[in-house]
Design a protein around this ligand. Structure first.
Ligand code: UGA
Length: 305
């Protein structure tokens, strides 16, 4: 059997590929087009642990433009490719979000129409915006606060429309701020660690009391594979959160302890698009996927450092 991972050179995609090669008998076809949202050299190095594996094949494909015939024979397509980042999605950059999140997903879904394979779509907690309740269950009314969140919600809805109209076997996973080794360089923990290492001030947006349900990457990978393998889930959306919320100030305290030195923190204004809090209700993932997060923040942060 063959599975396809789109966005395989990215942070979560590269971990997912490694885990599937290590723990299943599946062949893995990895797809990526090395967009320049961050340094493509980092993405090439993410692939380093995969190329050379006899069960791994890499395809350079831009899903918004190129044919994706290879998905036709796949038992499961893990669709992680996309334009990430909440704060960059305003202004002229929005066109990239429409292209790489919405158009690419629609083209992939067309390619999968009528095929027996299943899709697991990588969505985001950013679809909730400032949620109406915490912890937030999947059926809360989504009200994204950023254009990025709007494109993720739109892509999710496309996936569900293809599921309803063509019987596509579809699952969406809403990741909550994933961190760990190889985390994207624009995300908070990567930026904090890099600044501390260089002896530069850490840039803190707002008062630091905003909270996230930070999720360690191995937990996110585990939930993703369960979503791709659990039988008869129906077309479903699953929250994938780390299980304990922390404020950004909590994170900085733990990071200071791990690094063993006081951190130089510079306060900047709140950034447009950032929500105040995220918090996942994990009941559905627990019941249907038999999944729960295992890695505590201090342990995961130490591994990332
Ligand atoms: C992250 C990802 O970037 C999105 O792609 C993903 O969809 C989203 O998580 C999600 O899971 O929903 P975000 O929560 O903003 O978005 O993650 P970080 O960039 O790690 O930021 C976490 C917090 O740290 C935010 O409150 C942000 O304002 C703050 N931050 C970030 C800083 O104070 N300083 C920084 O330099 C960066």
């Amino acid at each position: 059997m063959t599975v396809v991972i789109t966005g395989v050179a990215g942070f979560i995609g590269s971990h997912l590929a490694r885990r599937l090669l290590d723990t299943t008998a599946e062949d893995v076809i990895g797809v990526d087009c090395f967009t320049d949202y961050y340094d493509p050299a980092l993405k090439r190095s993410n692939l380093g642990g995969l190329v050379g594996d006899p069960r791994f094949r890499f395809e350079s494909l831009d899903l918004a433009r190129d044919g994706a015939d290879l998905v036709a024979g796949a038992s499961c397509v893990y669709h992680l490719a996309g334009q990430p980042g909440v704060r960059m999605s305003w202004g002229a950059g929005f066109a990239d979000y429409v292209r790489n999140n919405i158009v690419a997903t629609q083209r992939l879904l067309e390619a999968m129409r009528g095929a027996p394979g299943r899709i697991v779509f990588a969505s985001s907690s950013s679809v909730y915006g400032d949620a109406d309740r915490y912890p937030t269950p999947e059926d809360s009314i989504p009200r994204p606060s950023s254009p990025y969140g709007v494109t993720k919600l739109c892509s999710e809805q496309l996936v569900m429309a293809y599921a309803r109209s063509f019987g596509l076997d579809a699952r969406c996973v809403r990741y909550f701020t994933v961190y760990g080794p190889r985390q994207r360089p624009d995300m908070a923990f990567s930026r904090f660690i890099a600044a501390a290492r260089r002896g530069e001030p850490i840039e803190l947006y707002g008062d630091g009391e905003q909270s996230r349900d930070f999720t360690y990457v191995s937990d996110a990978v585990d939930a993703t594979i369960r979503a791709g393998t659990v039988p008869d889930a129906g077309a479903r959306i699953f929250n994938v959160g780390g299980g304990s919320r922390a404020t950004v100030l909590d994170v900085l305290r733990v990071l200071g302890e791990i690094l063993g030195k006081p951190l130089d923190v510079r306060r900047l204004p709140l950034q447009a698009g950032d929500v105040r809090d995220t918090g996942a209700d994990l009941s559905r993932a627990r019941e249907i996927l038999g999944w729960r997060p295992r890695v505590a923040l201090a342990d995961g942060l130490r591994a990332q450092v």
